[in-house]
Design a protein around this ligand. Structure first.
Ligand code: PPS
Length: 569
């Protein structure tokens, strides 16, 4: 299907202009509003600009079920990913079919008006099994779906009012219509989309050049810059890296474009979805890589998807697609020949070299040299600017445990030791201190404890993001909330969870504040460990029972663990 230079197909555009636009703005003044989350902002941008054509809004319940079950809308159109507006139960309780709701960005700008056609509570576990093939929440898509998305889905038609605003890399942000027009004005008949959420190295460049030559095509690095995976290199750095590789291609043969996509990491299904999106942008060819859109390894060290599963699934739908699927060859470097070869071209006895994204990151954070055969020095230089060695990165030290377990003493001791070592900015967010300064109006109800911990997580993430060390010492009794905080921190730095596992009997016998006695006497209700649960962390970076060691030893153990993790020199 090398002739497939049709540049897309019918494109949906949900924005209105002139009188119709004034009308929608007027309606927004009296409609109820929903504030879109970061992920919802990404989805709505692609719904409104036609990247999700043929969708003209959020899926109806019937379409959602058909998509989840069989990767098709109820009319049979190929569409493998559910796209719905997830809302809280409280919001849903006040919403009825036929209502108009105004969708706003986090600053309150009107993005679109939604007319609700469907409202239901989906079976999100079933959705996880169908879309991701697992309910293991080590999978980032599953984790988001089961722990962070809202429980009620809305379906309905959308009218676009204001395109989401972006201030970064405007020169690379093109809607499907604009990108189609660019291809047309450039006279690019065959255009390959290269999807990536990682930096590009020499093997990628060789692979792209080979495919460009084979298909007489131009190429666009069409990079996903929305919600990617925890630990991914941020898009600011990546785009600067892509700019560095352009001179390695013939002038005018290649371009960069940004796709504000909330990746789900659904592997094969996602690859098919991404192919349809690229078709909408007017691409004629789409490269599907090994383990395309896969999230890496599960908790047992295995892969979530087989390496070739995505290529096979997307290829099996080739006859229904108006974009040609190109399977990315897996290139390895042969030192003796000083060249990259495909796996099947390796001669017997030849070892092909390869460095995975994870290994590269390790090298960068350990300050090790990246070999010349693998990466362009100018790209490595750019990566080093963003990814300093681990011992210079920000991190959060999160002590969790019962009242009286020794969290605060330990946290203070560790903080003082780190100060003694010097060279770092450290902030202490102790439970009591936070309660006084940041959360003075909060009680100890589940809802308020969650809010308290999320506030701590937010402040700690800001500190870590800017290269500092945040030492936190709240009780933080609930697993789910600790997980949310971990995700917030890991998006910007390193999270070290330390369970201060002092047994409750010891904590109670210490009873420094007399709170256990009051809780036993029923004078305090909902006291952690007495009549409110403490959910023990399952996989903390460290666990320590302060009744077994002197405080000096306990502090030394934590400091050693930080050294072991490479966080301090
Ligand atoms: S939480 O659950 O993480 O929000 O709790 P946190 O903010 O860390 O608690 C700070 C201190 O509040 C005292 N306190 C209670 N703890 C548990 N349950 C109840 N109901 C309660 N009421 C007051 C307690 O002394 C906590 O301090 P630490 O340093 O842990 O002893």
């Amino acid at each position: 299907m090398d002739h497939c230079n049709a540049h897309g197909g019918t494109l949906v555009n949900l924005y209105v202009e002139g009188r119709a636009l004034d009308n929608e703005k007027e309606k927004a003044k009296s409609n109820r509003s929903w504030d879109l989350s970061d992920k919802q902002m990404l989805d709505i941008e692609l719904l409104l600009n036609g990247a999700y054509s043929p969708l003209a809004g959020y899926l109806s319940e019937e379409d959602y079920n058909a998509v989840v079950d069989g990767m098709r809308l109820s009319d049979g159109t190929l569409w493998p990913m559910p796209i719905n507006l997830d809302v809280t139960r409280e919001f849903a309780d006040e919403t009825s079919i036929g209502d108009e709701i105004t969708l706003r960005d986090p600053e309150g700008v009107v993005i679109a008006n939604l007319t609700v056609t469907d409202l239901w509570t989906p079976d999100r576990e079933l959705e996880a099994r169908q879309i991701f093939g697992t309910t293991d929440d080590a999978h980032p898509g599953v984790q988001y779906l089961l722990n962070q998305s809202n429980p009620v889905y809305l379906g309905g038609t959308l009218v676009g009012v204001t395109p989401p605003l972006h201030y970064d890399f405007e020169r690379y942000r093109k809607s499907p219509q604009q990108l189609r027009e660019t291809f047309h004005s450039n006279g690019w008949n065959n255009v390959i989309a290269f999807q990536t959420r990682n930096p590009i190295h020499k093997a990628h460049v060789i692979m792209m050049k080979r495919l460009m030559a084979r298909h007489q095509a131009n190429l666009v690095i069409h990079t996903a810059v929305g919600k990617t995976k925890t630990g991914d290199i941020d898009h600011f750095c990546r785009v600067r890296c892509y700019e560095k590789i352009l001179p390695h291609f013939p002038e005018g043969s290649i371009d960069i474009s940004i796709l504000p996509l909330a990746m789900r990491f659904a592997g094969p299904r996602e690859a098919l979805w991404q192919a349809i999106i690229r078709q909408n942008y007017g691409f004629t060819h789409f490269i599907v890589g090994r383990d395309h859109a896969g999230p890496g390894r599960n908790n047992r060290g295995g892969m979530f998807y087989d390496a070739l599963e995505a290529q096979e699934l997307v290829s099996s739908f080739q006859s229904e697609l108006n974009i040609q699927v190109l399977k990315a060859p897996f290139l390895r470097y042969v030192e003796q020949r000083s060249e990259f070869v495909e796996e099947h071209e390796l001669l017997s006895g030849e070892a092909g070299l390869y460095i995975s994204g994870g290994e590269l990151k390790q090298k960068l954070v350990k300050g090790e040299e990246v070999p010349d055969w693998f990466a362009f020095p100018e790209v490595v230089q750019e990566l080093n600017r963003t990814l300093p060695p681990r011992a210079k990165q920000g991190f959060t030290l999160f002590f969790t445990g019962l009242s009286g377990s020794g969290k605060s003493t330990l946290a203070n001791g560790v903080m003082v030791k780190l100060r003694e070592l010097g060279g770092r900015n450290i902030s202490l967010l102790d439970g009591d201190v936070v309660r006084k300064n940041l959360s003075s109006e909060l009680t100890f109800s589940k809802e308020h404890r969650d809010l308290n911990i999320q506030r701590i997580g937010y402040v700690a993430s800001e500190i870590s993001k800017n290269g500092g060390i945040a030492v936190c010492a709240p009780i933080a009794p609930y697993t789910r909330t600790r997980r949310i905080v971990r995700d917030m921190i890991e998006a910007v730095g390193v999270f070290v969870e330390i369970h201060v596992a002092t047994p409750i009997e010891v904590c109670e016998s210490r009873d420094r504040k007399g709170l256990y006695a009051m809780a036993r006497a029923g004078k305090i209700k909902g006291f952690t460990g007495i009549d409110d649960p403490y959910e023990v962390p399952e996989n903390p970076e460290m666990s320590i029972d302060t009744s077994q060691y002197s405080m000096t030893d306990a502090v030394d153990q934590v400091v050693s663990r930080l050294r072991e993790l490479g966080l301090i020199d």
